[in-house]
Design a protein around this ligand. Structure first.
Ligand SMILES: Cc1cc2nc3c(=O)[nH]c(=O)nc-3n(C[C@H](O)[C@H](O)[C@H](O)COP(=O)(O)OP(=O)(O)OC[C@H]3O[C@@H](n4cnc5c(N)ncnc54)[C@H](O)[C@@H]3O)c2cc1C
Length: 408
């Protein structure tokens, strides 16, 4: 709101991580033969989430409630003997031979440990770099990039619920869209809606100065005027170096460098004030800069700077992504009337859809080449949301307990 970024405490970092500021949609498509998602949901209820999340099809608790839930989870961890240290970033790891020996905090304190779970989230770029420097095996992985799109929630409700739109029992409608691009340089790429937030807001999700990243969230009530969703294009490690974007030898941190490049470009296109670059869908499809907003007022704070997101030579995303999204929007219109309406608003860039790398583990959940290091959750490349990160956490904790017991 004040156009200031705190790199230590933001949407990505701080108590509860990205989870605290997330939209709080608590469903997942992971295969879950052991019903661990049920365990995760039960823990949420114990920490104050509404009981309905245990039985409704698409549980959602919203951002404000998550803050209190996370605080209660911390209290439970402390009651069980755990310790939570704030503002104690890990700045280095000590590895002897192939064995984890401990971590160093940015205060300089060293904590000795033969077993370390590292659950960094997808934006801990400094720590990824340290782990890489210390020789921890990791590999680049695919993720997706794109924009946020905003429509009036009433438009989505009308398309989804017809004459019943606005009925309080139905609440705010959501959508899930996919398009497989056919033409030109975008050939074969999938474009899909990501983290759709009915009645929500687009949020500033950067964690680094001089960069702009979008994401979405909503309150439990989902009663803000706009619906928003990421409209993103799948990319793979082969794409990171296209068009000479990155120099030097290929390395597992390439996806991170790729994200940084486009997030810095978004900052420039937004006018260098943390406003997000934005454009009306009609202008984006016609490849001309937007100069005035229409009926849709974008929700991103501190604001939106109108521009041409797809201008050749100064584009906000690689050309193949722009082409794919230009092809997908009219296709989505065929599923949701008004989706590519002239004055729907695009803001960018959406680059933190999942981790750009995987800290690869073996069957024992430990790093492939460092014993005692347990990479976990989204940053390790083994989860893509709150539920899957929670389930992964349980499995890592079980693996760690097994290792400790067998050593005892
Ligand atoms: C705006 C937004 C909306 C979202 N909406 C949803 C949604 O509706 N549903 C859903 O399922 N997912 C959603 N997500 C994604 C979800 O939040 C993440 O998938 C999930 O939080 C990943 O959990 P995690 O524990 O792996 O990592 P995180 O929650 O990112 O936690 C990582 C933690 O590690 C800490 N950390 C990082 N580096 C260090 C270090 N060097 N030393 C010490 N600590 C460190 C961070 O401060 C943070 O606390 C959303 C994300 C955002 C940003």
């Amino acid at each position: 709101r004040k156009s200031e970024l705190n790199p230590e405490s933001n949407v990505q970092f701080g108590e509860g991580g990205a989870g605290t500021f997330s939209d709080g949609k608590l469903w997942s498509q992971i295969s879950d033969s052991r019903h661990l998602t049920r365990k995760v949901l039960s823990e949420f209820v114990k920490a104050g989430a509404p009981e309905e999340i245990l039985y409704i099809a698409k549980p959602h608790i919203g951002t404000f409630r998550l803050v209190g839930v996370v605080e209660k989870m911390r209290a439970e961890i402390e009651a069980l003997g755990g310790e939570v240290r704030f503002e104690q970033r890990v700045t280095d790891v000590l590895i002897e031979g192939e064995q984890m020996r401990g971590v160093t905090l940015h205060s300089g304190e060293h904590i000795a440990a033969n077993h370390v779970v590292i659950a960094l989230g997808h934006s801990a770029r400094d720590t990824f770099a340290v782990l890489h420097k210390r020789g921890v095996y990791m590999e680049a992985k695919p993720f997706s990039i794109g924009f946020r799109i905003e429509h009036p929630q009433s438009l989505i409700d009308a398309a989804r619920f017809g004459p019943n739109a606005g009925n309080a029992i139905l609440g705010a409608a959501d959508y899930k869209l996919v398009h497989h691009a056919k033409g030109g340089i975008a050939n074969g790429r999938s474009v899909y809606s990501f983290c759709m937030c009915p009645g929500g807001t687009v949020v500033a999700a950067t964690s680094e100065p001089g960069r702009v990243v979008t994401n979405g969230m909503s309150q439990y009530s989902r009663n803000e005027r706009n619906a928003n969703a990421g409209i993103v294009v799948g990319i793979s490690p082969q794409d990171y170096r296209q068009d000479g974007l990155l120099q030097g030898p290929v390395n597992p941190l390439d996806g991170m460098a790729f994200q940084r490049f486009w997030e810095s470009r978004a900052y420039e296109l937004g006018g260098g004030t943390y406003e997000a670059p934005g454009q009306l869908v009609g202008d984006f499809l016609a490849d001309r800069a937007s100069t005035t907003l229409g009926a849709v007022e974008p929700s991103y704070k501190p604001g939106v700077h109108l521009t041409n997101l797809g201008e050749r030579g100064r584009s906000s995303l690689p050309d193949y992504a722009i082409t794919a999204i230009r092809e997908a929007l009219p296709a989505f219109e065929r599923q949701i009337n008004g989706f590519s309406a002239f004055d729907a608003v695009l803001t960018g860039v959406e680059t933190r859809t999942s981790s750009p790398l995987r800290i690869t583990r073996g069957r024992d959940f430990q790093s492939l080449n460092v014993k005692g290091l347990y990479p976990a959750g989204e940053g390790a490349g083994y989860a893509g949301g709150i539920m899957s990160a929670g389930v992964d956490g349980i499995e890592v904790a079980e693996a760690l307990a097994r290792a400790l017991l067998s050593a005892a």
